[in-house]
Design a protein around this ligand. Structure first.
Ligand SMILES: [Zn+2]
Length: 165
């Protein structure tokens, strides 16, 4: 099945930039030169190695790489470097991978944000669907138009056959 994962920056120096992935891959994000996506130095709240996304379209998981200012999934802190002065209020266990859904927003510190966009092909008409919402009986994504057809075909077969004759 055709499937494309897009990481779209919605805040920060890279705002409106999009990175598209079609295959299984690992993406590191940070200000260090050897990151897969290098964040400009002007985004000072992003760490040198901030977080890592494991992409296996349509699945995406994210893990914080002990960033200074934290990684946030839809505003919820999912990881950051432990403070050593004992002032830490939130107890974050060993680094964990968090699953991301289409439309989720990933915050790197306070001023950099990435939106996860999923583009798949409709199983019926092969048109591109951005952020699929409907699925057929085989759990394949279908577009709004095909969903309407599918709905009528499933629930109103007699009405449809009347229309066709
Ligand atoms: Zn369709």
């Amino acid at each position: 099945m055709f499937c494309k994962v897009i990481l779209k920056f919605t805040k920060g120096s890279l705002k409106n930039q999009e990175y598209a992935y079609y295959q299984q891959t690992c993406v590191t994000v940070g200000r260090q030169d050897d990151c897969t996506i290098v964040i400009p130095e002007t985004d000072t709240s992003v760490s040198r190695n901030h977080c890592r996304l494991t992409i296996d379209p349509p699945e995406v998981t994210v893990r914080d790489l002990e960033s200074t200012n934290g990684t946030f999934l839809n505003g919820k802190l999912i990881g950051r470097r432990q403070k050593t002065d004992g002032t830490e209020e939130i107890d974050i266990q060993t680094p964990t991978d968090f699953a991301m859904k289409p439309g989720d927003r990933l915050g790197l510190g306070k001023n950099c944000e990435i939106e996860l966009i999923l583009v798949v092909q409709c199983a019926e008409c092969f048109s591109d669907i951005c952020q699929p919402e409907h699925y057929n009986e085989k759990e394949e994504p279908i577009c709004d138009d095909c969903f309407q057809d599918f709905f009528f075909a499933s629930y109103l077969p007699n009405e449809i056959s009347k229309l066709k004759t």
